[in-house]
Structure formats: structure tokens, C-alpha cells
Design a protein around this ligand. Structure first.
Ligand SMILES: Cc1cc2nc3c(=O)[nH]c(=O)nc-3n(C[C@H](O)[C@H](O)[C@H](O)COP(=O)(O)OP(=O)(O)OC[C@H]3O[C@@H](n4cnc5c(N)ncnc54)[C@H](O)[C@@H]3O)c2cc1C
Length: 647
């Protein structure tokens, strides 16, 4: 057996739990797992869409063309009506997935905000890709502050339609994905002007390109905004309108309507959250799985990579070093927690979705808060994890052939898109403060995943060093502290908005992140309870490691409160080291439970059978088109005959 294959095989033999039991938990249900495996198979077996070893030498245009081809073929194999079918593709492709915005953002918005007739009119055309529609909200001048968008849709009572217009450069739609080339429609968010009055920002389904020629329609200026950090295959675009007429039916009319020349509102204004929920839920569901890919590569490589000898004069796998374990294993533990949180959130969003369609908005705000907290926390964490995995693979981690840099690039935008993370955290903090206010007058209104606020006295009095208890205590202390600071400042006559923006901002971000961490802990425990007995022990160790790392990363609140002594903290560090020792032999099983194929990992250094050096060298000599095409002519000219001629 090849020596590095053997190292991996020995590591596999040391794993003491059945990995398939974890696989079941990690995918949540059979349908998701089967679809995921099918998508991996289709990508690997179709030569025209297989992840290509030379991909990173290609130009952006070639990469974009390839990604459309992938979409066409996946479309033949999977049911794109069901996000469980297409969402797994997002983590398996080289580059981003074309039409993910159309399916993940625009279709849900249409479902939530359009009438049934509107959904029946356009919805089926999305499935046949007769319509691909960008989600055009952000403008050059405003993104987070949606209420200040400047594109106008002015109702014309004479013609009973709207005039869509871009009044200034800063009102140009900028950034929407799939707008640059792919879309023939866009869901455009514009200020509705009715009888000269601003009725707020609302969504309009607008045709922007001709269905048969795909050329922009008259009055529409549209194109691609150019290269970005990562996201090379996503045609983020710009869009401007020059007094462009659109029919009355363009306004998504489930909650606002113009009928018989009258404007009216129906239902809850906050419904606009609902459509963003689907895409945020996908970010939480999909991207921690890309972190799992980077961890799979890094852990396999750390087993096969040997540096320096031990006291028996044998070379050490770098995973033997405590420092290497410390880089990777707490992240692997967190990854499990996030994936479980993503699955639970999928259920919560689904439940909320059905309620909203029946005009029951009771779970809307709590779902929004949980999603926002987890979107912000997980998206930043995924990028950081890719970076740590890259570092843990030394020089080879830096090369695209490791598979890790692309994960970094293609997950980095998630920190900003779909709600900038800090803006999201501020919304979470606002909801936490609201829930705190329920305690005295309406405790029955406190939702299940926020019920820590109902036990504040007990939490503060509890002397236990149980890790879950300490996470709850940290969250509780921070929430009480920021609520008190706001109250104290208000009693000095300061205005609430000023306090929010200038006095407590940093604390608000902190408490929101503590909530995300605590929620993840709760869900982690739920998954352990329902797990097969054969994996309960290893999962509990992972949950303990996750919780300890969270506490050790942010010890100030507990230390300042005097609830934990310095000695106890030292003990936490010792416990963490013990857990690293226990989990090291399980690490390979823990990443292989994800069942990523080599092709999906797009790696030379983290393959199932090891052999990193052979694959790297093969890649450099046989796949790297820069070598295959030979030295560029300009170099030959410089270094060859011309230089000699000068000499
Ligand atoms: C790759 C990519 C794809 C995208 N795709 C789409 C798309 O398909 N459709 C679409 O409509 N848009 C899209 N966007 C735009 C994206 O949604 C916005 O960029 C995002 O919402 C952030 O808004 P912004 O750019 O206005 O940032 P800003 O809000 O200007 O943020 C700048 C800074 O100000 C801070 N800040 C802002 N407000 C506050 C506040 N109240 N308190 C404290 N700090 C604050 C932020 O934390 C940040 O640090 C995309 C963006 C990217 C990068």
C-alpha cells in the first residue's frame, strides 16, 4: 500500500464509532442525503461539467460559460422546484451556481409577496428557465438602508400602469447576482409613488431583456459590474431605467394593492423579512458544509503530511502536534454544531413559511432573529475556518490545487450579502431586548428558543460550571448589562437612537453573537439526545469542545462577574487539551462522515487515498495548462534569441 494511503487507512481503523450514523444526522433526512450524493455523482461523471483541475488558470469568461453548462446538465437530473434538490449543488461546484439567486431569492419573494395568481403566472416559468430573475434591491448609494432606496415606480392613473425610473447615479441598481448576463426579468425594489405620495419601497416583477433575443429592452440599461473577490462566475450586475413603463400587475400584490385607482395595504409590513429568510436559511444550511470540505482536506492532509521525528525516530504526522489539533478540532466541533443548527433552522423556517401563507405572523420575528444571528455568525466563521485550514496546510494550502483558497473566496461575500453581518446582529440585539421586556408583562410571548430570559434569577444564582449553563450565563449577563446601560443613558435625557448608535453598538454585537452561540449549543444538545447510542459519546465530546472554545474565546464577562475564578479557567484549558487528545483519533471519521467525493473537494492534498505529493506533481506536470502550452512567446523572445542577439 502507498505509504500515505496507509497512514490514512490506519487513522480510519482507529475511529471507534460508525461514521454512517453521523452521516444520517449531518444530512437531516434521506432525501437531502440522496440528492447530495446524486449531485456529486452527476458532477463527477459528466465530462463536460466535471470539476476541472485547470479551472483556476481559466479566464473569468470561460469559467462563466462552464458554470452555465453545469446548470443546464444539473437541470436535467434534479428537481429544481425543490431547494433540497438544488441547494446541495452550491457547495459542490467550482464557482458559484447560476440561477441560485433566481431560485433562492426571487422565487421565495414571489411566493411570499405575490398573489397566488401572480405566482401561478410566473412561478412555472422559473422551473423551465423561461424566466431567470435577479433580485434587484441594492443600489449604488444604499444597500442596508432599504427604506432609502431611490428608484421610483410612479403610478399613472391615466394608463393604470407604473413608470419605473432611476433618478440619479446613486439610484442605479448595483450588485444583484445573475443580472449582468443571465436574467431576463428582475424583481426590482422601488419607491412606490401614488398620487404624488411615497408609499414605501415595494417589489415589482419587471421584464428587462427580450425573451427571444435576450437583448435589453428599450428603456433598460443593464450589464455586469466586473471582477470581484471570488464569485468570479457570478454576473453581479447594474440596472437603470429610463422612464420605463411596466404593467399594473408588476407590483407584487399580496400585501399592497392598487385596485380601482385606490392604494391599500393588507397584513403585516414585516412580511418582507419572510422572503429573505429562504436565502439566509440556505446560507446557514450550505456554507458550513463548505467549511466541512476545507476541514476534510486539512485533516486528511495533516495525517499524511509528516514533519520532524519523534523520540522513536519516526516521522510525525503533523496532526500529532497539539498546536495542529488546536487549529482544526475545535473548528470541526463548531462545524457540527452549525450544521445541526442549520437543519433545525430549516424546520423553523418551513414552519414559519406555512404560517405566513395562512396569514399567521406569530413566528415571523423570532425566525428572523434566529436566522439573522446564525447567518451573521456562521458566514464569518466559515471564511475564518477556510483561512485556518489553509494555514494548517502550510505552503500547499496556499495553492488552488489544495481546494481551500476557492472555498475562502467563494464564501467571503456571504459576510456582506443577504444582510451585512453587523447590521444583522443589531437586529438580533433589538429582538433580544424586546423579548427581555416580555418577561414582566407577557411571559407567555417569549418563544421557546429565547426562554433563557424567563430564568434570569435562577441563572444568576446557579453556581454550576456546566458548560451550557455558562454559555447561558454569559448571554444573560451581557443582555442585562446592555439593557441597563440603555436605560441609564435614557434617564440622563439621551435619545434612544443616539444611545443605540453611539453608546452601546459594540455591546449589542457581542450579545447577538452570544445568542447565536447559545442557540447552537441548545440545538447541538437536541441532536445528541436523538442520536444513535453508538455516536452519543463522540458527539458529546464535540459539543463540550465547542462550548469550551466559545467560553475560552470570550472569557471577560464570566471573569468580570466573578462567577468563574482564574483557577477554574485554567482547568477549562486543561479539559480542552484532554478533549483534543480524545478527539484526535476520531478526527478522520468525523470529517469522512460528510462523504465528500474527491471531485467535490477539488483537491490534490486531501483525497481519500492520500498521495498528496503524487497528485500535486501530476497536476503541475500534466494538468497545469501554463506548462502544457509551453513558455509564453514573450518570455522566449526576452530570454531566447533576442537577448542573445543583443549580447
Ligand atoms: C457578492 C455580492 C452579491 C450580492 N448580491 C445581491 C443581490 O443579488 N441583490 C441585491 O439586491 N444586492 C446584492 N448585494 C448587495 C448586498 O446585499 C449589500 O452590499 C449588503 O446588503 C450590504 O449593504 P451595503 O453595501 O449598503 O453596506 P453598508 O450598509 O453601506 O455597510 C458599510 C458599513 O456600514 C456599517 N453599517 C451600515 N449600517 C449600519 C448601522 N445601522 N449601524 C452600524 N453600522 C452600520 C456596516 O456594518 C458596514 O461595516 C450583493 C453584494 C455582494 C458583495
Amino acid at each position: 500500500m502507498h505509504p500515505t494511503t496507509q497512514l490514512l487507512q490506519e487513522a480510519r481503523d482507529r475511529v471507534t464509532f460508525p461514521t454512517q450514523e453521523l452521516t444520517k444526522l449531518l444530512y437531516g433526512n434521506e432525501e437531502i442525503y440522496e440528492t447530495f450524493m446524486k449531485a456529486q455523482k452527476v458532477i463527477a461523471s459528466e465530462p463536460s461539467i466535471r470539476n476541472h483541475p485547470d479551472y483556476h488558470n481559466w479566464g473569468r469568461k470561460e469559467q462563466i460559460i462552464k458554470s452555465y453548462e453545469k446548470l443546464r446538465i444539473m437541470h436535467q437530473h434534479l428537481n429544481l422546484a425543490n431547494s433540497a434538490h438544488w441547494a446541495p449543488m452550491l457547495s459542490l461546484f467550482q464557482g458559484t451556481t447560476p440561477s441560485a439567486v433566481s431560485f433562492g431569492m426571487t422565487v421565495p419573494a414571489l411566493r411570499f409577496l405575490g398573489t397566488d395568481e401572480q405566482f401561478n403566472l410566473w412561478g412555472p416559468k422559473f422551473l423551465t428557465m423561461e424566466i431567470v430573475a435577479a433580485y434587484a434591491q441594492t443600489e449604488i448609494g444604499h444597500g442596508s438602508d432599504v427604506q432609502n432606496l431611490e428608484t421610483t415606480a410612479t403610478y399613472d392613473s391615466q394608463t393604470n400602469d407604473f413608470v419605473l425610473h432611476t433618478p440619479s447615479v446613486q439610484a442605479v441598481k448595483f450588485w444583484p447576482g445573475e443580472l449582468g448576463f443571465l436574467s431576463n426579468y428582475a424583481l426590482v425594489y422601488a419607491k412606490l409613488i401614488f398620487n404624488g405620495k411615497n408609499k414605501g419601497v415595494h417589489p415589482f416583477m419587471v421584464q428587462i431583456r427580450d425573451i427571444s433575443t435576450h437583448k435589453p429592452l428599450k428603456g433598460v440599461v443593464v450589464g455586469d459590474i466586473g471582477p470581484k473577490l471570488g464569485y468570479s462566475t457570478k454576473d453581479n450586475g447594474f440596472l437603470a431605467f429610463e422612464n420605463y413603463r411596466i404593467p399594473l400587475n408588476s407590483l407584487l400584490a399580496r400585501y399592497v394593492r392598487i385596485e380601482n385607482g385606490q392604494f391599500s395595504r393588507h397584513g403585516n409590513e414585516k412580511i418582507s423579512y419572510a422572503s429573505m429568510m429562504v436565502s439566509r436559511q440556505l446560507i446557514i444550511f450550505i456554507y458550513p458544509r463548505m467549511a466541512a470540505q476545507s476541514l476534510t482536506v486539512a485533516i486528511r492532509y495533516s495525517i499524511t503530511r509528516q514533519q520532524f521525528t519523534n523520540d522513536k525516530r519516526e516521522e510525525n504526522s503533523v496532526l500529532e502536534y497539539q498546536t495542529q489539533q488546536d487549529k482544526l478540532l475545535p473548528r470541526l466541533a463548531t462545524c457540527y454544531g452549525m450544521i445541526f443548527a442549520g437543519l433545525r433552522i430549516m424546520e423553523l423556517v418551513d414552519d414559519n413559511f406555512h404560517r405566513v401563507l395562512k396569514k399567521d405572523f406569530s413566528t415571523l420575528q423570532q425566525s428572523h432573529a434566529i436566522l439573522s444571528a446564525l447567518k451573521a455568525w456562521s458566514s464569518q466563521w466559515v471564511v475564518d475556518t477556510a483561512e485556518w485550514c489553509r494555514l494548517s496546510c502550510g505552503g500547499h494550502g496556499y495553492a488552488h490545487y489544495s481546494g481551500i483558497p476557492a472555498i475562502y473566496f467563494d464564501t467571503a461575500p456571504n459576510v456582506t450579502l443577504e444582510g451585512e453581518n453587523q447590521v444583522m446582529y443589531l437586529q438580533v440585539a433589538r429582538y433580544l431586548l424586546k423579548v427581555l421586556q416580555y418577561v414582566e408583562k407577557n411571559p407567555e410571548k417569549v418563544p421557546f428558543y429565547f426562554n433563557f430570559v424567563l430564568h434570569i434569577k435562577e441563572t444568576l444564582a446557579n453556581q454550576s460550571t456546566d458548560l451550557g449553563q455558562l454559555l447561558k450565563l454569559t448571554l444573560t449577563l451581557q443582555l442585562i448589562s446592555v439593557a441597563k446601560k440603555i436605560k441609564d443613558n435614557m434617564s440622563t435625557g439621551k435619545n434612544f437612537q443616539q444611545i443605540w448608535n453611539e453608546v452601546v453598538g459594540v455591546q449589542l454585537l457581542s450579545v447577538a453573537q452570544r445568542y447565536a452561540e447559545y442557540f447552537t449549543y441548545l440545538v447541538f444538545q437536541e441532536y445528541i439526545s436523538s442520536a444513535n447510542p453508538s455516536v452519543k459519546e463522540v458527539l458529546q465530546q464535540m459539543c463540550d469542545l465547542y462550548s469550551l472554545q466559545v467560553i475560552l474565546d470570550n472569557p471577560n464577562t464570566l471573569i468580570e462577574s466573578g462567577r468563574i475564578t482564574v483557577e477554574q479557567f485554567k482547568q477549562f484549558n486543561e479539559t480542552k487539551i484532554e478533549l483534543l487528545n480524545k478527539l484526535k483519533p476520531q478526527a478522520l471519521g468525523l470529517v469522512e462522515a460528510f462523504n465528500f467525493s474527491d471531485n467535490a473537494l477539488r483537491t490534490c492534498i486531501g483525497c481519500h487515498d492520500g498521495k498528496p505529493y503524487e497528485y500535486i506533481y501530476d497536476w503541475a506536470t500534466k494538468e497545469n495548462s501554463v506548462n502544457i502550452k509551453g513558455v509564453p512567446q514573450a518570455v522566449n523572445d526576452l530570454m531566447g534569441t533576442k537577448i542573445k542577439a543583443r549580447l
